[in-house]
Design a protein around this ligand. Structure first.
Ligand code: SF4
Length: 870
């Protein structure tokens, strides 16, 4: 079997990959999103496809059953709820991980047949404010440009985006373009100085939610400098004067250095080719939609949109967030960018589907949906391919809400997740590498996901599961799909109908693909109309989707940074790390990805650390009005004073106390319904434990502790632990933590100092090692992990330091070649001064390139070696 061309299942860049069972996944040189590049997550995909932990058979109340029994139960419970309480008594919560064909069938079942719009998606948490902003400005949810615009631009603004970690391949493309054309300028607008700032000519440490004030300031400056493009705005835009008036009154740049603001204005105004990319820092806000429209206003006012090298660009988080938008998989959308509130649109879709009962009003958006679960309005809930108990704000309340619903279902590839522990029925879905369909990336490019692995156990594609339930609910013909190709053709055909209503999303030119052509479909940018070709960029010559084909500039008055944090609190900002994806159900399986950031952390500014009396490597208790988390303190000058950042990936499986979304307020943007996940006021204080520990063993570690974080390692598992109560016997404690009952334990304990070390060996083989101390333990973790499973003397393991033949590597920076931070520091100390030179001597950064910003940071932070002449 040759390698199969498929698409990475993680972020919205949508990289093409070449995959074959048992082989490393590589980038597809022919795919226009990545041209062969991959990031560390994509490169490690081959390590994540094992069957460990997979859900392989349907389960009802914890007992395995067959499909007939499980789906019969699901169909009857949903049907009964609809009959007794009406269509709005049931809900689907779906995911940007679904393929377009899955999404299409789920949306059709809920909106056209059950007759409710209670289908929302985890994409609500990611880009709903961009969708709402696009619709307000353009009349449709249209991303005007494409990736090559970043390479063609003279100035690229990255607003609320840590592109280097969250969309690494696009960052690599941008970095390469800047390197080839150093006159290109990059501006990063972000409260934190992230890895992305490594290539920035200017970093603007915006105050939380200060973005719309800054872009209002820009709009005013564009007018002052005579840069409003009257020929464009006269012909294609309305609302310019009102937007300018609001901008003049709300142009706050509070907290920013005057020279930074001046430099920003000069850069934006000084060239025509400007791309403004924005992501979660803009969207995940109580004023996210206004922030989006403040950005769009500047591009509309100057006509810098839809032409090569210029335009606003919303970057989606998930692999198929765009596909979900296309099929109408949000509670406020109809299929194919048609409008739920428009009776003509509804009737057209109803007639196309031959549907009995169309939803005629918006359904419940994510936060409201789980609130409706909590207060008893939802009688049956189906969660598909997502883990809301980890990812939703106020997550503990979401867990309780799901348990309140009388009948709950989850279709998933993994058996044990925080959400799956709350539901009645588990349905095994086929996963990446097994399923077939399409996804659409952030630049509107439709790519195929193709199978290269056998489907395990009784798993089925999501579309087949949903369609089966539709048939069992009585809609035999409408859900009689035989293949994903058939669903795609129906979706493409419906888009042609939408185009007749003047909508942007038109792939009717793909409606006649036969099965063979669908199987061979190359990455394709939409629109693809039936007759003739279409421009792949939108709006260079107007043609917006509001009545009169004019865009609308919005008056934005939400400009002054809100007083988010009260005195004595910090603004809690949530985000992502480089090598993990969402709730780690896949990336958590790859040891090399766990070695970069092995536990959850709280990044705060040194002055805040001093004020809150925590020091580096302490554990901090983070508390809000909603919940709490315990996180490792990481003090950094890159943090903004008054803010605290934490990544969102850890779960009940990997760090129960490190789950951060129980802390996050369920506050939403009133226009988009998107949660403001970056703005919760919190207090922090030192988490005082009786002892802190580190353990590494050959088997899975499942410590029961006040704080624990586990990660896979190259030799087994590793864990950070802390407990308030001291154990009575350290060997018992070590065995309990490591889950090892056999072997011989060597114990070193100093009760006076509260220090203990335990090594457990079976013959000459080290099964596990455990360290405890009254302060966070200082051991060479990577060296200890390397010893596990090896023939080593217990005394060597208990030393906790690398042997002479095993230099300490430290946290892994280059996941591809397993190069640690200490390896890199040693090389820099010998005089290595560039990222390329580090690559030449250590290979670091020479494969996927995701670590190059961190390599540059380490070089910049290192003391300059003294020259002989100095
Ligand atoms: Fe996958 Fe990385 Fe590409 Fe995103 S940038 S699609 S995670 S390989």
């Amino acid at each position: 079997m040759t390698k199969v061309k498929t698409t990475c299942p993680y972020c919205g860049v949508g990289c093409g990959v070449l995959a074959k069972a048992g082989h490393a996944v590589t980038g597809d040189p022919a795919h226009p999103a990545n041209f062969g590049r991959l990031c560390s997550k994509g490169a490690a995909l081959g390590d994540t496809v094992s069957l460990e932990g997979r859900l392989l058979a349907p389960m009802v109340d914890g007992v395995e059953t067959d499909w007939d029994a499980a789906l019969g139960l699901v169909a009857s419970k949903f049907k009964k709820a609809v009959e007794e309480y009406g269509p709005d008594s049931v809900a689907f919560y779906v995911s940007g991980q679904l393929l377009t064909e899955d999404y299409y069938v789920a949306n059709k079942l809920m909106k056209g047949f059950i007759g409710s719009a209670n289908i929302d998606t985890n994409s609500r948490l990611c880009m709903a404010s961009s969708v709402a902003g696009h619709k307000r400005a353009f009349g449709a949810d249209t991303v005007p440009g494409q990736y090559e615009d970043f390479e063609l631009a003279d100035v690229v603004l990255l607003v609320g985006s840590n592109l280097a970690w969250c969309h690494p391949v696009l960052f690599q493309r941008l970095a390469a373009a800047k390197s080839a054309r150093p006159e290109m300028k990059v501006v990063v607008i972000d409260p934190r100085r992230t890895a992305t700032s490594q290539i920035a000519d200017l970093h603007i440490p915006i105050r939380p939610d200060g973005d719309s004030g800054l872009f209002n300031r820009l709009l005013v400056e564009l007018e002052v400098r005579g840069l409003i493009d009257a020929s464009y705005t006269d012909a294609h835009v309305q609302g310019l004067e009102a937007a300018l008036e609001a901008a003049r009154a709300n142009q706050s740049t509070q907290g920013l250095a005057a020279q930074d603001v001046a430099a920003f204005l000069d850069l934006w105004c000084g060239v025509e080719k400007v791309v403004t990319l924005y992501s979660q820092g803009v969207n995940q806000s109580g004023i996210g939609t206004d922030k989006v429209n403040a950005i769009l206003n500047c591009h509309l006012a100057t006509g810098r949109i839809g032409r090569p090298g210029m335009g606003p660009f919303s970057m989606t988080g998930q692999p198929n967030a765009m596909g979900g938008r296309e099929v109408g998989g949000l509670a406020n959308m109809l299929a194919c960018h048609l409008d739920l509130e428009n009776a003509d649109h509804r009737h057209a879709v109803q007639s196309f589907w031959d549907a009995p009962r169309m939803a005629d009003a918006q359904g419940l958006k994510a936060v409201d949906l789980f609130q409706a679960c909590a207060d008893g309005r939802i009688k049956a809930l189906w969660v598909m391919s997502t883990n809301p108990v980890v990812s939703m704000p106020n997550a503990d309340a979401v867990s309780a809400a799901i348990r309140t619903v009388p009948f709950t279902v989850s279709s998933d590839i993994i058996k044990e997740t925080d959400t799956n522990r709350c539901v009645n029925v588990l349905l095994p879905a086929s996963g990446w590498g097994e399923k077939s369909g399409t996804v659409t990336n952030s630049e509107r490019r439709i790519s195929r996901q193709r199978p290269f692995l056998p489907v395990p156990g009784l798993a089925r594609p999501d579309w087949a599961i949903i369609a089966d339930v539709g048939r069992r609910m009585g809609w035999t013909q409408a859900f009689d799909y035989q293949s994903e190709a058939e669903i795609f053709r129906e979706h493409a055909c419906l888009s042609g109908l939408a185009a007749q209503f003047g909508k942007d999303f038109d792939i009717s030119g793909l409606a006649d693909l036969d099965d063979e052509a669908y199987a061979a479909l190359r990455p394709t940018l939409w629109p693809v109309p039936k007759n003739g070709s279409a421009d792949i960029r939108f709006f260079a010559n107007g043609g917006f989707y509001h009545a009169g084909r004019r865009a609308r500039m919005l008056p934005i008055s939400t400009s002054a940074p809100e007083q988010l944090a009260r005195a004595g609190t910090l603004t809690f900002n949530t985000g992502r790390v480089r090598d993990q994806w969402h709730t780690m159900t896949r990336t958590g399986r790859a040891a090399k990805l766990g070695a970069h950031m092995a536990e959850p952390y709280l990044e705060i500014h040194p002055q805040d650390a001093e004020a809150f009396e925590v020091t580096d490597a302490d554990l901090a208790l983070v508390e809000s009005a909603y919940g709490s988390a315990v996180l490792r303190v990481l003090i950094s000058e890159k943090a903004q004073r008054g803010s605290a950042f934490a990544p969102m990936h850890w779960t009940g499986e990997t760090s129960a106390s490190g789950r951060i979304n129980p802390v996050v307020a369920p506050k939403i943007d009133p226009v988009s319904g998107q949660p403001a996940s970056k703005h919760t006021p919190v207090t922090i204080r030192r988490f005082k434990a009786a002892w802190y520990g580190f353990a590494a063993g050959v088997g899975r570690i499942s410590p029961v502790a006040d704080y624990a974080a586990i990660a896979r390692s190259a030799t087994g598992w590793r864990a950070e632990i802390a407990n308030r109560a001291a154990p009575t016997d350290w060997e018992d404690e070590a065995r309990r933590v490591l889950g090892i009952t056999s072997g011989e334990a060597t114990v070193y304990a100093d009760p006076g100092r509260g220090v203990a070390r335990v090594a457990i060996c079976e013959g000459d083989t080290l099964l596990g090692v455990f360290f405890a101390a009254p302060e966070p333990v200082r051991v060479a973790r990577s060296a200890v992990v390397d010893l596990v499973g090896q023939n080593v003397a217990a005394a060597q393991a208990l030393a906790g330091v690398p042997g002479l033949d095993r230099p300490q590597r430290g946290a892994i920076v280059c996941a591809c070649f397993d190069v640690g931070v200490e390896d890199i520091r040693r090389a820099i100390a010998t005089g290595v001064q560039t990222v390329d030179a580090l690559g030449a001597c250590l290979q670091a950064g020479t494969n996927c390139g995701s670590c190059r910003p961190e390599l540059a940071e380490l070089i910049a932070a290192a003391p300059r070696p003294r020259l002989a002449a100095e």
